[in-house]
Design a protein around this ligand. Sequence first.
Ligand SMILES: [Zn+2]
Length: 162
Amino acid sequence: MSRWGIMNRNDQLSEHFTLGELIRSETAERKEIDNMPPAELIPKLKRLCDEILEPVRNHYSIPFRPNSGYRSPILNREIGGSLKSQHCHAEAVDIEIASISNYDLAVWVKDNLSFDQLILENYRPGVPNSGWVHVSLKEEQDDNRLAVLTYSNRRYEAGLIA
Ligand SMILES: [Zn+2]
């Protein structure tokens, strides 16, 4: 059995983030859905921690709780998410940091990290804490597309738009 075979929510995936924080979902809690990922996806969640969340945490020095690092098929159906969502493959995480503009956070990620897709989602110009920042990561570094998008009013546009 791999060293990821038996884990519980309180186990650390990296210095600042536990498994529980990576799989947290208000809908899962409300509907009592077990959102625990299969063991083979744990290394991908750890990569999200090491390559995305820890650099952000260390840059801003502000604790934050990520969202939806993993979304089980049952949970994804419950929230009406896309079957192609990278959240379902433990390849994407949503980030918001109290007191930091989501636009500024997205710009920092774009300028400093490697990623597959960076999406500034549902951000409203002039409302710094509106929306959130979605960051995804492919299993193979070479597959990362470095795509930068803004999503609002149900459509995608290229670049970060404030
Ligand atoms: Zn997302």
